[in-house]
Design a protein around this ligand. Structure first.
Ligand code: HPA
Length: 279
């Protein structure tokens, strides 16, 4: 899609959301990755819109991702916060294109969102983060060195990536997790293209480079969100130890299985964090 066509698709998507979910004005959007979809059950007054209804949103291919937008509220009473949940994302490993979420993220910004909470399943590179652990992303390594901003016009494309994972939001999230009694680690997330998992040598390299987690998503969305002026928060559910760090064989089924087992904790974490963010 060229720039003008994408712009039109975004306008049509926002108009469609206004028509199907009138009066909804979320400031916070969340992308739900593997293991995080139980969070959708926390939403009150939910309105669901299939991605297929929204021309700027992606067409999905991976099992375990539903492909719909849910608008509603998370939290009770005065604590309640309006949210937009993206249930399912397009990954760069599907087509080699890192810009699959461009239209969706820009539509959320056009809808009035000011912050994007990205969640994912990732491999752990740190012994203290056993499978099932949760990690707040403090920074990332774009070792793939691909970008969703290819072809983007103007000086606006030269975005500053310092503090990409908003320091104030991270502090608020860490405090909310502590208060809720959920252990939340912090660390650097390294983006690999996939879909193949890493070799043990690659995992050793990533550890040397200073990463604590490795995964196949999130980084392109962080770049898109920062370009669109959204504040970003990132959370990883560690579903396995990185290749060679344990004896288990990695597979997508294994990722989904471990993610499912931790779904309740992940949902509890977000139930605590979402109302606590100062937007
Ligand atoms: N590597 C890359 N991506 C992942 C992993 C992993 O070990 N686990 C879940 N997503």
């Amino acid at each position: 899609m060229n720039h003008a066509a994408l712009q039109t698709a975004i306008e049509h998507s926002v108009a469609r959301i206004h028509a199907l979910a009138p009066g909804r004005t979320p400031k916070l959007a969340l992308v739900l990755g593997s293991g995080w979809d139980a969070v959708a059950d926390l939403v009150e007054d939910a309105v669901d819109i299939e991605y297929a209804e929204l021309p700027a949103f992606p067409v999905l291919g991976v099992a375990g991702h539903a492909g719909s937008l849910r608008l509603g509220r998370i939290g009770l009473g005065a604590q309640a916060r309006e949210v937009a949940l993206l249930r399912g994302r397009q990954h760069a490993y599907e087509s080699g294109d890192a810009a699959g979420m461009k239209g969706a993220i820009r539509s959320l910004a056009a809808l009035g969102c000011t912050a994007l909470l990205l969640t994912n399943a990732a491999g752990s590179l740190a012994a203290e983060m056993a499978p099932g652990s949760l990690m707040l992303i403090s920074d990332h390594l774009n070792i793939v060195q691909r970008t969703p901003l290819h072809g983007e016009p103007g000086a606006g494309r030269f975005i500053d990536m310092v503090g990409a994972y908003d320091p104030a939001l991270r502090e608020q999230a860490a405090a909310a997790a502590a208060q809720a009694g959920v252990v939340l680690h912090q660390g650097v997330y390294a983006w690999v293209l996939g879909p193949q998992f890493e070799t043990p040598a690659e995992i050793r390299m990533l550890r040397l480079l200073g990463a604590q987690a490795v995964g196949m998503s999130t980084v392109p969305e962080t770049i898109l969100a920062r370009h669109a002026g959204l504040r970003v928060l990132g959370l990883s559910l560690l579903t396995n130890m990185g290749a060679g760090l344990s004896t288990e064989t990695l597979s997508h089924a294994h990722t989904l299985h471990t993610a499912q087992a931790s779904a309740a904790t992940a949902a509890r974490l977000l139930a605590a964090i979402v109302p606590a963010l100062q937007l």
